[in-house]
Structures are given as structure tokens and as C-alpha cells.
Design a protein around this ligand. Structure first.
Ligand SMILES: *Cc1c(COP(=O)(O)O)cnc(C)c1O
Length: 398
């Protein structure tokens, strides 16, 4: 009999979104006449921009000719895309090199797979509430996790506790689920903490394109010293609506060098390169053609128009909650609005209440950690009409 990875027994029984699907399906089954509005799962709804579509088509056409045909590409991504990403960072005032960029099929895979590079006995620091991938992938590897509380008191932006040591720190800013975003001084303190502790920050910037406050950093590498202590994950899922198309990228600075127990020098950039070339065969040429178009002036303008549309939805949701005197967070530099459940309700009770009485689906905060027990997340990724209707229904509720 094979010995199984029994760490899987330590995972929570049901994944958040399957439980939501289950409850929504059983509701619609018994109420087939009711129109349910889904503002739960963080998936985009608008079509890809025409510039991106035309480049995806070009990618397909290339495969039709013997001369232009593409087989296996570089595991790290085509040079044209890695250079486009370097330029994008440069426009935001951040200098990175093309061989520090690794193109992938998305940030979920990379934030999960990065655990391959680290030994089991690291102390992992994860904010609560959080994107469940960070927690579950570390549980699968049997690692020790310590949590840091993100609460209304700290505006859901926890700061380092210098009396507690960690080796690996997860930060997601702008944050899923809370919508909170760190400013430069706050991130600088995290970088300082990481350098003092000889730790690594795993920084998820999947929502950087939602930042409207120009003073906020879009990359951890906007902070001095971060190239010595951070890996950054980003994705075209939210930037460009690639949730189904699949493309992301991870920046692993060449300055990330550590000394092994036998004295050998180990480079995280070289390790990630080795990990990817061993276990991953790259993103399709077609998708990379579309991804490169995202970073063209025309493509980016089209992506920004979509983001603007979602931001208007966020404003509508926030305004509706404010009118009901509900305390909310996020929604300005983030597509997510995170709010206290009315009447001190628990988040799953509020989920059922909202589904049964307003036919609006959101995400219970409990699914993101214990500090989410009394919170609820709505997303701005729906269409305008549904967002307006959902808020009208909520307005009439109580
Ligand atoms: C949506 C999201 C991502 C993107 O994941 P992909 O696999 O690239 O689609 C990454 N991190 C967080 C926190 C997210 O919410």
C-alpha cells in the first residue's frame, strides 16, 4: 500500500466555493422562479479587449503555417512577453530583469508551487483572513503556520510583530478578501522585518491594477531592499480578464541568495528556474501572444476600461452599504467590498439570509479565516444592472 500524504487529513473539509455552489444550487432547485444575483466568486465577467482577441487569433494563425509553427516554447515564457512585463514594471518605476520573470498559467499555481523551494521546518506567517491557497498549500506540506490578525482595528492591514520570528511571510495587497492595500511606509516596515529575520516575503500583487491611489505601491519591489527578501506573484486574471485564458508571472530576483546548511550558496532564482523547467512546460504560444497584447498601449487601455467598469460597480456597492450604515472596507483600490454582517450575524447565517431574502450571493468571511467570521465579501465583477439590482434588494431588506 502506498503511504499517503496524510497532511491532507488536516485540510478543512469543504472548499469555500463548493459549499457556496452547493447552497445556491439547492436554493435554485426549490425556487426555480427566483432570479439569483451572484456577487460571490471573484471571477470577472467582461469580454477580453479587442486588441487581445486579435493577438490571440494571430497566435492561432501562426500554428497554421509550417514556418511560423510553434512547438514547445521556453519554460520561463517567450522573450517577447518577459520583456513586455519588464517594460510594464519600468513604467511603474520598478527595475527588474527579464531573467527574473517567469511566465506561468497563473498566480494560484505559482503561489502554491513556490512551497517546493522551502524546507518543511520553516515558520510560515499568514494573515487571517486570507486567500485560502496560501494556507492549504502549506498544510498539504505539513508546515507550521502562525497567523497574524487582520481586523477592523488595524484596518485589515496587520503590521509585523518584531518579537515574533517568521521565515516565510505571505502578503497580498490589495488584499483578497478585505480590499485593504498597504502604503509604502507600511510595506517598508515589512521589508525591514523580513531583512532582520532573514525571511522571505511571498507577495501577491494580483490586484495591483485596481489601485487608484497613485501613492500606493503596485509592486513590493517599489520598496528599497525588497529585491533581497521578496518574491512577487502577479496575474493577468484580474488585470486583463484572463481567469479562463490563464496567464500569470512570478518575479524571483537574482539577489535572493541564501547559504545552505553545508555552506553551499543557493539562489532562489536558479531554484525556481530548475523547478519550473523540471515540472512545467510553459504557457501556450497563443496565450502568451494575447498576454503580450495586454501590455501594449492599446491593450492596456482596453483592460483599464474594463477595470473602470468594475470600479464603478464597487462604488455602487459601497454607496449602498454606507446608506444602510454598514461599516465596509475596500472597494477603492480593490474589486472587493468587505463588510460587517448586520446585526452581529455570523457570516454563513448572513449568507443564507441574503440568499433567501434578497437572492443575492456573496462570500461568507468565515471561509477566509477566523477574523472573517462576522464579515462578508461582495465583488464588483458582476454586470452593472445586476449590481444595481442587488443593492436595491439589499436596501429593502432591513
Ligand atoms: C484571483 C487571484 C489570483 C489569480 O490567480 P490566477 O491563478 O492567476 O487566476 C491570485 N491571488 C489572489 C489573492 C487572487 O484572488
Amino acid at each position: 500500500m502506498p503511504k499517503l500524504n496524510e497532511n491532507y487529513l488536516n485540510l478543512k473539509e469543504s472548499y469555500l466555493f463548493s459549499e457556496i455552489t452547493h447552497r445556491v444550487n439547492s436554493y435554485t432547485k426549490s425556487n426555480p422562479d427566483k432570479k439569483v444575483i451572484r456577487l460571490g466568486i471573484g471571477d470577472v465577467t467582461l469580454a477580453l479587449g479587442p486588441k487581445i482577441i486579435s493577438q490571440l487569433h494571430e497566435g492561432v494563425d501562426a500554428l497554421a503555417g509550417a514556418e511560423s509553427f510553434k512547438g514547445y516554447g521556453p519554460e520561463q515564457g517567450y522573450e517577447f512577453l518577459r520583456e513586455a512585463i519588464v517594460d510594464y514594471y519600468c513604467q511603474n518605476g520598478v527595475t527588474i530583469a527579464a531573467d527574473e520573470v517567469f511566465v506561468s498559467d497563473g498566480a494560484k499555481s505559482d503561489t502554491g508551487n513556490i512551497t517546493d523551494l522551502f524546507a518543511q521546518d520553516n515558520i510560515i506567517l499568514i494573515p487571517d483572513p486570507v486567500y485560502p491557497v496560501y494556507v492549504d498549500t502549506n498544510i498539504m506540506n505539513g508546515r507550521n503556520i502562525i497567523y497574524i490578525n487582520a481586523t477592523a482595528e488595524n484596518n485589515f492591514l496587520p503590521m509585523p510583530d518584531h518579537s515574533v520570528h517568521a521565515d516565510i511571510i505571505y502578503i497580498c495587497s490589495p488584499n483578497n478578501p478585505t480590499g485593504a492595500a498597504y502604503n509604502k511606509d507600511q510595506l517598508a516596515e515589512w521589508v525591514k522585518y523580513a531583512l532582520e529575520n532573514d525571511a522571505i516575503i511571498l507577495y501577491d500583487s494580483a490586484y495591483e491594477c485596481f489601485i487608484t491611489d497613485e501613492t500606493l505601491p503596485r509592486s513590493i519591489f517599489a520598496i528599497e531592499g525588497a529585491q533581497n527578501c521578496a518574491i512577487e506573484f502577479c496575474s493577468l486574471s484580474k488585470t486583463a480578464g484572463f481567469t479562463g485564458t490563464r496567464c500569470g508571472y512570478t518575479i524571483v530576483p537574482k539577489a535572493l541568495n541564501f547559504t545552505a546548511s553545508n555552506g553551499a550558496k543557493m539562489s532562489l532564482n536558479a531554484m525556481w528556474n530548475r523547478r519550473q523547467t523540471t515540472k512545467f512546460n510553459g504557457v501556450s504560444y497563443i496565450v502568451q501572444k494575447g498576454a503580450a497584447a495586454v501590455f501594449s498601449a492599446e491593450g492596456m487601455a482596453q483592460c483599464k476600461a474594463n477595470i473602470k467598469y468594475y470600479q464603478e460597480n464597487a462604488r455602487i456597492i459601497a454607496k449602498g452599504l454606507a446608506q444602510k450604515n454598514i461599516r465596509y472596507f475596500g472597494g477603492i483600490n480593490s474589486p472587493y467590498i468587505w463588510f460587517e454582517c448586520p446585526n452581529n450575524m455570523d457570516s454563513w447565517d448572513f449568507f443564507d439570509y441574503l440568499l433567501n431574502n434578497a437572492q443575492v450571493v456573496g462570500t461568507p468571511g468565515a471561509g477566509f479565516g477566523k477574523n472573517g467570521l462576522k464579515y462578508f465579501r461582495l465583488t464588483s465583477f458582476g454586470n452593472r444592472e445586476n449590481t444595481i439590482e442587488a443593492m436595491e434588494r439589499i436596501d429593502k431588506l432591513f
